[in-house]
Design a protein around this ligand. Structure first.
Ligand SMILES: Nc1ncnc2c1ncn2[C@@H]1O[C@H](COP(=O)(O)OP(=O)(O)OP(=O)(O)O)[C@@H](O)[C@H]1O
Ligand SMILES: [Mg+2]
Length: 528
């Protein structure tokens, strides 16, 4: 090999070791080949499943890049693919040339010319070919085998690196798609939709629409079972981070001594039992959302660590010297009154302020007028599917019980009541194609609404009987009847809420309670 060739190859080796884009690597490889070997065309092709795909070329028309050569349709390629050594075709070879008509600035058949190909192997795996053509016949005959072996090795390494990078990029992209898909699936498994048309739900949905695409940390608060997790998943799905992960942390279930490692990760050997490096939830949520559920249960020490991570956007895995940058949006949920927790010193005020840049309150089910019916329909349809029933319905009296009940366990309680009732109804009506839930399937719930319902039934009777009874009624009884009727009707409107009923009747709660007692109106509220 002459000096120019050696220098060019060393320069190429150095170039390839630096961080170049794949396209640049290929171009430098082809430039070097042309410096070392006088030729008119050089092409790098990758091989996969009997197909050769040009990755880079010089001296051939650009459309060649779009061609996919089936090896068994091109005898010269077939010869090259079966060889482990460079092949120099004789100038007089009768085998058709795959590049016929593709040479730049040259129309028609290729005349007699020099043509050779280097099969590229890396770790015994056949990766592709480097083909070199010249319009000057016999020009390749004097090139030493050693030079060709060196070019083959460098071309194979270049191709291998490019294929590896392509594979890694593909894997990374694939993993990201899997994460986004799983996150979306978890959201859809939960229903993926916030059912409700009551004024408070319409307002909640509007708030979510506004705040979801922002990068604010959000504190979601509300009673147990109101749908806080569903709200959090909805926020993530409608955020700009939806292609990223949503990582769930149940703060109430974190063992105190492992909180730091769970959230920030650890390195191998940092404590007994740390037998390998482990990424924490913050790092797993990088580029996405971290959902800290039941944040009110977090001990104060852990609160300080989370605060630091949120403020600095940096985390330090247990046992690691340096910190790592993370980009996460925090959504937190609690059924505690965090302001009150702050007042009592159980929750850090500074963390509370960081989290509640935009607080979102999820209302109780009893405040969502008219939504019990919609949610019931939604859960009935879902239960029907789960139980494999062809039809599941609820009769109107059972629906009335659902509407009158106070729902201390909120939407989750309604969901459970319907699942249980459907099972009972199914067992009762084994052979029926249409399964109907009746009040008997609602179990305890009916008893708990009973005194209220009895009162309402009495009221209905009073209404229907009032005229015939009019003849011998006295003023006191008529006034009691009227008061009773009015209180029951407002109680019903206010979904058994005594405070709201008292407000509406412009009386105070204690008076109303006394009056109701005298008139024997009761609503029993119990958690089932
Ligand atoms: N508006 C809604 N539309 C449809 N399904 C809902 C709605 N709200 C809640 N759900 C469903 O009710 C169940 C309870 O909701 P979720 O788990 O989000 O409540 P939560 O407030 O996080 O409860 P907890 O305080 O017990 O953790 C879930 O199955 C959820 O999908
Ligand atoms: Mg929850």
């Amino acid at each position: 090999m002459n000096e120019i060739s050696s220098a060019a190859i060393i320069e190429l080796a150095l170039d390839l070791a630096s961080s170049l884009s794949t396209k640049d690597r290929f171009n430098r490889l082809l430039d070097t080949v042309r410096k070392v070997i006088t030729c008119d065309a050089v092409v790098l092709l990758s091989y996969r499943q009997n197909v050769l795909r040009p990755l880079a070329l010089q001296g051939l028309s650009r459309d060649t890049l779009g061609r996919r050569f089936l090896v068994n349709e091109h005898p010269r390629f077939e010869v090259l693919c079966q060889s482990r050594e460079p092949v120099r075709f004789a100038a007089s070879s009768p085998l058709p040339d795959p590049y016929d008509g593709l040479l730049n600035n040259r129309m028609g058949d290729l005349p007699i010319h020099a043509c050779m190909g280097l099969p590229l192997y890396f770790d015994d795996e056949f990766l592709g070919l480097l083909t070199i053509d010249s319009l000057t016949p016999h020009i390749f005959e004097d090139i030493p085998e050693r030079t060709l072996a060196l070019i083959s090795a460098i071309a194979a390494a270049t191709l291998n690196t490019a294929l590896m990078i392509e594979q890694l990029e593909h894997n990374a992209q694939h993993s990201q798609q899997v994460v986004a898909e799983l996150t979306k699936e978890a959201w859809q498994r939960e229903g993926g939709e916030l059912i409700g048309e009551s004024a408070v739900m319409v307002q909640l949905k509007q708030e979510l629409e506004v705040v979801a695409p922002s990068d604010f940390n959000i504190l979601i608060y509300g009673d147990t079972g109101v749908g806080k997790e569903l709200v959090a998943r909805t926020l993530h799905q409608n955020s700009l981070r939806k292609a990223g992960p949503m990582v769930y942390v149940n703060c109430a279930a974190l063992p105190e001594n492992l909180i730091e490692s769970e959230l920030f990760g650890h390195i191998k050997g940092s404590f007994t039992g740390a037998d390998k490096n482990r990424a924490g939830k913050f790092l797993l949520a990088n580029g996405g959302t971290l959902f800290l559920d039941e944040i009110g249960e977090l001990p104060l020490t852990a609160q300080s660590k989370i605060l630091r991570a949120i403020q600095s956007k940096e985390i330090q895995p247990v046992g690691q010297d340096n910190v790592e940058h993370v980009d996460v949006r925090i959504l937190a949920a609690t059924n505690r009154d965090l302001k009150d927790e702050v007042l009592h010193g159980r929750f850090r005020g500074d963390l509370y302020h960081r989290l509640s840049v935009y607080p979102i309150h999820v209302p109780k089910l009893s405040e969502r007028r008219g939504d019990v019916q919609l949610l019931s329909g939604y859960f009935i349809e879902r239960t029907k599917r789960k139980l494999g029933l062809s039809q599941l319905k609820i009769d109107s009296s059972a629906m009335r019980y659902l509407e009158r009940y106070d729902w201390p366990g909120n939407v989750r309680e309604l969901e459970h009541v319907i699942s249980r009732a459907a099972l009972k109804a199914k067992a009762r009506q084994k052979s029926s194609a249409i399964v109907v839930i009746n009040p008997g399937d609602l179990g305890n719930l009916v008893n708990e609404s009973n005194s209220f319902n009895e009162a309402i039934i009495e009221k209905d009777e009073t209404l229907s009987n009032i005229e015939p009874a009019m003849a011998d009624i006295n003023l006191k009884e008529a006034t009691d009847h009227f008061q009773r009727q009015l209180i029951i009707s407002v109680l019903k409107q206010e979904q058994s809420n005594w405070a709201a009923t008292a407000r509406k009747l412009k009386t105070d709660r204690a008076n109303l309670n006394r009056l109701a007692k005298r008139l024997n109106i009761k609503v029993i509220k119990k958690v089932i």
